[in-house]
Design a protein around this ligand. Sequence first.
Ligand SMILES: *Cc1c(COP(=O)(O)O)cnc(C)c1O
Length: 242
Amino acid sequence: MTEPSIDHRRAELVGNLARVRARIADAAAAADREPGEITLIAVTKFFPASDVRHLADIGITDVGENRHQEAEAKAASCADLTSLCWHFIGGLQSNKAAAVARYADVVQSVDRAKLLPGLARGAAERNRTLGVMVQVSLDPADRGGTRPRSGVLPAETLRLADAVAAESDLRLLGVMAVAPLGEDPSPAFERLARVAEQVRAHHPGATAISAGMSGDLEAAIRFGATHVRVGSAILGNRPLSK
Ligand SMILES: *Cc1c(COP(=O)(O)O)cnc(C)c1O
């Protein structure tokens, strides 16, 4: 017999997922785009592997995690779900890069060249190519600063993208960003679209734009997002928000 609480959780996820899919469809229609061009990544950080299983069962193909130890354990306990694509979307230390590349299919948070040798080594050990997105800082406060808080500066994105593309075990997929907190996300996503275009001009295969979360996926889709990363709107509020 199935636990009633598990049925309840599953029903909750089914309802939340339907609402998010409807939002994506509406936003795509408003932007004259096909919803099928937009990959929904369920961000399962802080939630158990049992939720990943429910989600895989109800049609989720891509999951996102932002903390290495948690992601590594969850991916290991879901190793039988072989068609699931794991995206690493969190801050990355260079001494952990190879370890992340051993379970992640895509690393979206690449913000410096120092990560590349480790990522390439981890991918090579696994005998497969690792998808990489370059994380771009959209925070205007970063422009004058020394080291951007999250992501490479827009003006330096192409150079990092070139370095990714030069690694034979890495495949440059495109760019990723988080809109700055407490601001209208649209101008930020518009800047990201311009950076993405620049990268694509040099690397035609790098078509991905990962942007948009629970609160701003509509704006991201309006400005060309091909991947949205949705956590709380699908899984509920996280116990400890980062
Ligand atoms: C947690 C997280 C998300 C999902 O955020 P929600 O607001 O819960 O949808 C998306 N992207 C990154 C990089 C995150 O860390």
